[in-house]
Design a protein around this ligand. Sequence first.
Ligand code: UD1
Length: 415
Amino acid sequence: MGYFRVRKSVLDGKVSISGAKNSALPILAASLLTNEDIIIDNVPDLLDVQTMLCILRESGRNVKFENAKVHISGEVVNSEISYELVRRMRASFNVLGPLSAVLGQAKVALPGGCAIGVRPVDFHIEGLKKLGFEIRIEHGEVFSKFIKKEKEVILSLPFPSVGATEHLMTTAAILDGVTVIENAAMEPEILDLQDFLNKMGAKVKGAGTSKIVIEGVSKLKGVNHRVIPDRIEAGTYAIAIAASGGKGYIENVIPEHLDALWEVLKDTGTKIEINENRVYIDGSNEKNSTKVNVLPYPGFPTDLQPQIMVYLSISKGTSTITENVFKNRFLHVDELVRMGANIYITNGTAIIKGVKKLSGAKVEGTDLRASAALIIAGLVADGVTEVYNDQHVLRGYEKIVEKIKGLNGNIEHLG
Ligand code: UD1
């Protein structure tokens, strides 16, 4: 198992943001809706993306990935995706609808639990049933068979789930009649998926709002598409620069995707200057406490919650973070406490009493964003920090060592 060795650093300089993992994954899944050629640009080279490319290959499509471009061609012929691929990444489940819509039936393993808590797929399954699929779950696998869709279907999600919104909207794009998704997630990645689908010839509108309307078409075509920048990667580096007391530029970002973060950083004393596609961060001031309420977009993103916790751990006064998306997403707290942070959890809220400094330790990341947070903690802590279980970080941060070194951060990746 590899690890990252990190030493205290004041970050400065600039960092360029890669394409969004969470856009690339649903877009790649949606590419199963046609047999025509597709080119997707600005795709980050990450373990999760490689897993999705393996799924496309398993379906029969030919896939070439070089210089951030994925070329997809050839027919979709196989609709059974192995457990091994779904086990590695939850987003794999989102090929169930597209495959069973295109080939009539499909079999995909049920995703297991994960470190950030119970993550069911009940909204996906209920939605697919309403779209006219017969669903059976047996031996940990989900069988889906298309029977018949009603002319108009209204899907009302109990919570604005990103994955369920994307899965159902992609599947409905190629089913006859109208589908309305109410209480849809509004994340920018959903708008990117809508753009991709519409370039393919789909008729989807409303993404970015809570109501998405899909008029199904019988055939979709090949397309060229460029994935939007990764707002979570951008936010992670912005927090790292600010927490380290440094100054620097985040480049190739869509600043308004991170308005909730800029507000928290400004509110606590970090200076932010926003330009068209770059943001200047000046974290040299003393930081103050605040209250963060984690919510679906446009609220503060759960995928930046562990990272902002590190920042607030060394800010003056008592801060709170209330997690409303994944209620149990606090596994990083124990590791931060081992590094000297003063945090406790009560009823889904973390109470963070700011300390003057953190101290380096051997720690282990339990998921992608928790691991990123521990790397930030290593950059601000005295001494040496070793963040174990490198696989999590490699799932979601392209060239993280090069990028942190480019910001004058002291980090090594050791095997
Ligand atoms: C996506 C992101 C992930 C991010 C999350 C929330 C991708 C590949 N991943 O994950 O990085 O942390 O959005 O912004 O885009 N839920 C149910 N039943 C369901 C589906 C979801 O109860 O069928 C619940 C979940 O347990 C969770 C909440 O809804 O509490 C939100 O989850 P969801 O938005 O679906 O997250 P993902 O799409 O898995």
